[in-house]
Every structure is written in structure tokens, then in C-alpha cells.
Ligand binder design. Structure first.
Ligand code: SF4
Length: 329
């Protein structure tokens, strides 16, 4: 199957040059990001706040112009498509559902307008279709007559998602749809997304900060920190054999019944005090917090590197091979 989305060396922001004698200081919000996505794939972008996830979501949706790199949509640069073509192919579901919905228009008015404009349906077709689509997302059709502020946070989030799905996109980018929901509603939303991609063959980029929740539902994950991708690969491989100290630190936040072979205690993975100094590109961005850092981690390029010739599992840690339970060991 061919890739529908291919991202090569994507960067956003700028490097701050303080003087000609000093090295460029990292000023990029996203740096050198790569991704390949096929129809039906779910790829999770995971990281702490400030990792560049939302900026990346906007770049992939074509809402921001990259400083470097290329986004290919169905083999052609994304910029070569018209706004209308882009909106039909790629839909971005914003993190803040309250901001994304019009406060003074009822939910029904907003959804009917999207269906009419993007799919050219007649008013009677729209009237019949919208209540049915509400039920698919576990929304009571009576909510259509309400205003967004009369809905709960979870309901607003699903209305926002339904608005994007009405455009019948081939790629759905969901920016932190789970952050305001409790665990029960998180699972409900993940089941809706799973059902949608299986039924339509659509691809999903799902942005979240909890690797333990999302990785089990996605085919592949990228772990982001300060705008850089530190580990990427099939979710199963990353969950079972994480190859970057940052990933291991994120995964170790979850209580476990047994201690996996790769696990160090969470406190063993971060240094007691954050190291002083400015992290200058191309140092490892995790270097100030990494308990395993060595002098070579400062100032040395830490690009993603395949952990196994047969696998797409990649880590940007230059000491990956020294970590307990390295893929190749
Ligand atoms: S490259 Fe160095 S600082 Fe970065 S994660 Fe690996 S050991 Fe730690």
C-alpha cells in the first residue's frame, strides 16, 4: 500500500544566532520531523506540553508554513492543493472544542452548514443525515437544538469531531482530544476513532501526552520532546522494548504488576537536578534531564537511527546500544 502522507525533514521556527562566535541556539518548535502514513493507519504523536505536538498538527494540516522540509500528500506537495482540496482531504480537530465551535449558533446549525458546504447536500438530505451521525458518536440528537455552552466538555469534543467527520476526510488529525476526558470517556472516544478508520479506511494522527493510553490503540508512535522526535516506530515494539531513556521515563510513570526487563526506576532515568546551561543544537534535547548523559551527548547530532535492520523502530539516543535490553542485544 502506498503512503498517503509523507513528511520529510519538517522544521518550524528559527535558530537564534546570538553572535558569530557562538553556536546557533535551538529556537525551533519542530525540528527535522519525518513520517510516513498509509490509508487506515493510526499514528500517535506523544510528548509533554511544549513538545511541539500542536505546532506539528497545524503543519500537517497545512495551517502553518514550514521553515524547512516537505509534506507530500498523495505524492504531491501539500502546498500545490487548493484550500478546498486540502480541507476535503485533511481535517484538523482542534484541542479546544469551546474555541472551535461558534458560541452563538446552535450545534445543529453548525453541523448542517458543514455538511451542506463541504458535501453539497440538499437541506432535506442534511436534516435526515445529521441525527443519524449523532447516534454513531453516542450523541443525543436533541443536543442539536442546544448551544455549545449548554453541552458538557465530552459532548463538545464529540460535536467537534463530528463536524470534521462530516467532511469525510482521508486523514483526521486530532489534537489532544483526550486531555479533558476521564478514562471512561477516553476509551469511548478511542473506540469511535477506531471504528471510523476501520469502516472508511481513513488515517488518523492522534496527539496525546499519555503514551500508555494511546500507544495501545495506534499502529505507530512518535515520542516528541522540545520539538524533536526522540523515538519512533511500531507501537508494539516501542511499548515492549523502548530504546530511548525519555520513552522509558514516560512509560515508567504507569504502575505495573511486574517490572519489565528494560525498566529502570523512574528516578534512575532522570538526573536529580537539571544540568545548567543552554542546550545548543545539535545536542540531545533530553541531555539536561538524562541520568545517563555523557559529555558526547552535548554537541553531538542525535538523529533517529534504526535499531534493527528489519524494523522501522528508531531511537535518537547515541547510547541506545548501551541501555539494558537494547533491540539488537
Ligand atoms: S543521547 Fe545522551 S543525553 Fe540523550 S538520551 Fe541518550 S544518553 Fe541521554
Amino acid at each position: 500500500m502506498t503512503d498517503i502522507l509523507e513528511v520529510r525533514g519538517l522544521s518550524y521556527g528559527h535558530s537564534e544566532q546570538r553572535s558569530v562566535f557562538q553556536k546557533a541556539r535551538e529556537g525551533f518548535q519542530v525540528r527535522d520531523f519525518h513520517l510516513s502514513l498509509r490509508a487506515g493507519d493510526m499514528h500517535a504523536l506523544i510528548g509533554e506540553s511544549g513538545a511541539g505536538k500542536s505546532t506539528l498538527a497545524r503543519l500537517l494540516a497545512g495551517a502553518l508554513k514550514p521553515a524547512e522540509g516537505l509534506i507530500l500528500w498523495r505524492g504531491r506537495p501539500l502546498t500545490s492543493y487548493s484550500l478546498r482540496e486540502r480541507a476535503r482531504g485533511i481535517q484538523l480537530v482542534m484541542q479546544d472544542a469551546t474555541e472551535a465551535l461558534h458560541a452563538r449558533r446552535t450545534v445543529g446549525e453548525q453541523l448542517r452548514e458543514v455538511a451542506r458546504v463541504t458535501r453539497g447536500l440538499s437541506p432535506s438530505q442534511v436534516r435526515d443525515m445529521i441525527p443519524q451521525r449523532c447516534l454513531e458518536l453516542h450523541l443525543d440528537p436533541l443536543l442539536l437544538e442546544r448551544f455549545p455552552h449548554e453541552l458538557s466538555g465530552g459532548q463538545r469534543q464529540r460535536v467537534n469531531l463530528l463536524r470534521a467527520l462530516l467532511c469525510e476526510p482521508e486523514l483526521l488529525i486530532c489534537d489532544e482530544p483526550l486531555s479533558a476526558l476521564d478514562r471512561l470517556h477516553q476509551v469511548e472516544l478511542l473506540e469511535i476513532l477506531q471504528e471510523w478508520r476501520q469502516r472508511t479506511g481513513g488515517a488518523i494522527v492522534l496527539i496525546a501526552h499519555d503514551v500508555n493510553v494511546v500507544a495501545q490503540w495506534s499502529d505507530a508512535v512518535s515520542l516528541l520532546y522540545q520539538g524533536r522526535c526522540l523515538e519512533q516506530g511500531p507501537s508494539k515494539a516501542v511499548l515492549q522494548r523502548p530504546q530511548h531513556p525519555y520513552t522509558r521515563w514516560l512509560l515508567s510513570a504507569q504502575p505495573r504488576l511486574y517490572r519489565p526487563a528494560w525498566a529502570l526506576a523512574r528516578s534512575e532515568l532522570v538526573s536529580r537536578e537539571e544540568r545548567p546551561g543552554v542546550v545548543v543544537y545539535p545536542s540531545c534535547p533530553w541531555v539536561k534531564r538524562c541520568a545517563l548523559a555523557e559529555p558526547a551527548c552535548w554537541g553531538q547530532e542525535s538523529r533517529l537511527k534504526r535499531q534493527d535492520v528489519d524494523s522501522s523502530h528508531q531511537s535518537a539516543c547515541i547510547r541506545s546500544e548501551d541501555l539494558p535490553w537494547h533491540v539488537g542485544s
